[in-house]
Design a protein around this ligand. Structure first.
Ligand code: NAP
Length: 286
């Protein structure tokens, strides 16, 4: 593996008119426990964000709901005025306490949430604004139309979707342009392969969340471990490198609160699998 650590080693993917290096950063883990309140150490959380940019990460994923507000506030303190780094935030989930997430994708809430994120991030326009989820109490068309309206007003540059099913993808395509989809996906959980395929067919970035997610059996873990041992890397790095190898539109955003894990995750862009590795890893995916 090459010693230089840079997110550029993973190549890039187009997200609207941005060229994004194919290792982003998920800023959900820089808050308190249960994604609630301030982190234990604000200064070290900001250092993680700054180190991410030093390592050529040029997409930071966040949401108004992370903290809530805490993640966006830390990003502004650490990185404003951003200088070429895309801050991708989201609206549509509200918080009642640690680990509690309640959808509200009503037009009124989304408009209010977008205005509040603009203020917190200190920008006139949000580069990538993602509908955080689909709210079963609100027609998807109404939520999506609200984002299209915010875009027309100049408050949003590009629209992204999250936690969607293929029917939402198709409806949104008919209504107006979006540039990314963020769904749960990793080597152990390929439930949303259909959405990934739609993204590939339509030149839309796929941002897998829980990219180093759990739920693996001992057998699956041992396959990852043997590939990791062969390359002298960790199983987390193998899981991330597999995502990059699996699709050119894949844009992982691993979340971490430590610089050590951040550097490890970005270094995964240097791993080159041979066909034997990919065969073994294909048996894990399921
Ligand atoms: N759209 C949605 O609904 C949604 C849902 C969940 C997440 N997200 C986004 O997706 C991002 C990624 O998801 P995630 O953070 O939940 O899951 P993840 O990246 O799969 O896993 C993060 C967890 O793994 C640990 N970790 C990270 N790198 C590691 C490494 N190299 N070695 C060992 N442990 C490591 C982290 O702990 P340490 O802090 O100790 O490193 C953290 O607990 C989030 O940050 C967020 O931006 C979106």
């Amino acid at each position: 593996m090459d010693n230089k650590i840079s997110a550029t080693s993973g190549g890039s993917v187009k997200v609207g008119d941005f060229h994004i290096n194919r290792m982003g950063f998920g800023a959900m883990r820089i808050t308190g426990d249960g994604i609630w309140g301030e982190p234990k150490d604000r200064e070290s959380a900001k250092q993680v964000l700054q180190r991410a940019v030093e390592l050529d990460i040029n997409l930071i994923d966040t949401a108004d709901a992370y903290g809530p507000e805490v993640s966006e506030n830390l990003i502004r303190e650490a990185l404003h005025p951003y200088q070429g780094v895309v801050i991708a935030t989201k609206g549509g989930l509200t918080r009642g306490g640690p680990n509690e997430w309640t959808p509200d994708c009503s037009p009124a809430h989304l408009k209010e949430a977008c205005d509040a994120s603009l203020q917190r991030l200190g920008v006139e326009r949000i580069d990538l604004y993602q509908l955080h989820t689909v709210d079963s109490n609100v027609p998807f068309e109404d939520s999506y139309q609200t984002l299209l309206d915010l875009q027309r007003e100049g408050k949003i540059r590009h629209i992204g979707l999250s936690n969607i099913e293929p029917e939402h993808f198709k409806t949104a395509m008919e209504m107006g342009e979006f540039v990314s989809v963020q769904n749960n996906y990793n080597i152990f959980n390929r439930e949303h392969e259909d959405i990934l395929n739609l993204c590939e067919q339509n030149g839309i970035a796929f941002i897998p969340y829980f990219p180093v997610g759990g739920g693996q059996s001992d057998m699956q873990q041992s396959v990852l471990q043997s590939v990791a041992d062969k390359h002298g890397v960790t199983t987390h790095q193998v899981a991330l490198a597999w995502l990059l190898a699996h699709s050119p539109v894949m844009l992982p955003i691993p979340g971490t609160s430590t610089i050590a894990h951040l550097e490890e995750n970005v270094a995964a862009t240097n791993i080159q699998f041979d066909p034997e590795d990919l065969d073994a890893l294909e048996r894990v995916a399921g």
